[in-house]
Design a protein around this ligand. Structure first.
Ligand code: NDP
Length: 376
């Protein structure tokens, strides 16, 4: 039954390379949309450790990180993570394949893979230091992968893993929330209309939290439809003033960053363990501009200083939320999707031939959920 899959991999025509090849969108240098290049001769990933498996990609989705990485964001840190001992051939990370979400079918498994077999339909968030999903195949470790929800298509499924893994990391590890502890919690989500926001609203409502969202006026219907209890239009008047009139919050998930943290800390319940988690952190941009060591130290000092200031002045926790791969959490999300408690929010779909157009869509901003690329 996998014959149709396997025969799509072919041997590269280049006489110097006899490895399997595949179609992919690659970047050979960082820059604007023009650096995206389609090739049928990208090196197909293979299972190289016993815990890895290879997935034939049916759908991928785009995240703001893909736009940033196309321009070189995080290049130094991600290069170190890819090749910590500098053992890989050559000095270059190129060609890089972008795309952080995958929904597809397992085609090959390492000897120690126990939860998956060829033919399984799976979904996953591809870590940014690995080759991405804008390709026919992607190889991941078993821990990063989860069985796909049965009741949604690959296109819909691909809209969820990366934002779900990020929301988990931020809300559970950073915000101390979980299914059992959320029912009496008041949570504020800034930027609720984007990928992370539309997922987080639904997750928190499934866990029983009270959810307030900031977004543009024309996204109010979307976020209320996903379950938001209160909505503040940040385009009409002073958003901080509007939020100050409300009861204070236990947790704030900040998808916007910048000046937000200057007014958001005052919206948290003081001296009661409340937490502010921002997804907009300077960690990778610091390492890009200052180098790995100075950039990491600088980011660490910034984080510690803010954390200490806020805990001393008002007893609130200041934290950074960072994406972390987590297949077992995606198992939990699968149940919520299959029970209809979390709906995929796909704003736009593009065929594999139109990846540059999908990036252009993302570049326009104003996301209302996710942009998905149909690969197979
Ligand atoms: P999206 O681009 O999908 O969504 C952003 C949303 O915010 C849009 O709907 C936009 O709509 C809205 N928005 C813009 N400005 C404001 C504002 N001032 N107040 C309220 N809403 C606003 O991004 P994601 O949801 O995927 O990600 C959110 C942020 O988190 C991004 O900056 C991303 O880079 C970051 N991120 C960080 C991760 C990490 O590991 N630290 C991982 C994942 C994401 P409109 O402009 O029309 O209002």
């Amino acid at each position: 039954s996998l014959a149709g899959v396997c025969c799509r991999r072919h041997v590269c025509s280049s006489p110097s390379s006899r490895q399997s090849c595949m179609s992919a969108w690659v970047v050979d240098q960082y820059g604007s949309n023009g650096v995206l290049r389609f090739t049928e001769e990208a090196t197909a990933p293979t299972v190289r450790s016993p815990t890895e498996l290879t997935i034939q990609v049916h759908a991928a989705s785009l995240n703001p990180l893909d736009l940033a990485m196309r321009g070189g964001y995080g290049a130094k840190m991600l290069k170190l993570r890819r090749d910590p001992m500098s053992v890989m051939d050559g000095d270059s990370e190129f060609p890089v394949i972008l795309g952080r979400d995958v929904s597809g079918v397992v085609v090959d498994c390492g000897a120690e893979v126990t939860h998956f077999a060829p033919g399984d339909e799976v979904w996953a968030a591809v870590p940014p230091w690995k080759q991405g999903s804008l390709a026919e195949f992607v190889t991941l470790t078993e821990y990063e992968v989860s069985l796909k929800p049965e009741l949604v298509s690959h296109t819909e499924a691909a809209s969820i893993p990366y934002v779900a893994s990020t929301a988990l990391s931020a809300l559970v590890s950073g915000g101390g929330l979980c299914r059992e502890s959320s029912s009496n919690k008041r949570v504020l989500i800034t930027g609720g209309s984007g990928g992370v926001g539309t997922f987080s609203i639904q997750l928190l409502k499934a866990w029983g939290a009270h959810v307030t969202v900031t977004c543009s006026q024309n996204a109010e219907g979307l976020v209320r439809g996903l379950g938001a209890d209160e909505v503040v239009d940040y385009t009409s008047g002073d958003v901080a003033e509007q939020l100050e009139m409300m009861e204070k919050f236990d947790v704030i998930l900040d998808n916007i960053g910048g000046e937000t943290e200057q007014w958001a800390m005052g919206l948290l319940k003081p001296w009661s363990g409340s937490k502010y988690i921002t997804l907009v952190t300077p960690l990778l941009s610091n390492t890009d501009s200052l180098g790995l060591l100075d950039g990491t130290v600088n980011a660490g000092i910034t984080l510690c200083t803010k954390a200490v200031q806020n805990i001393i002045s008002s007893g609130v926790f200041y934290r950074w939320g960072l994406y972390a791969p987590d297949g077992p959490f995606l198992d939990e999300v699968r149940k919520l999707v299959d029970s209809g408690k979390i709906l995929p929010v796909v704003e736009a779909q593009f065929p594999f031939s139109q990846v540059p157009q999908a990036f252009q869509k993302l570049e326009l901003g104003h996301a209302r959920g996710k942009t998905v690329v149909r690969v197979a």
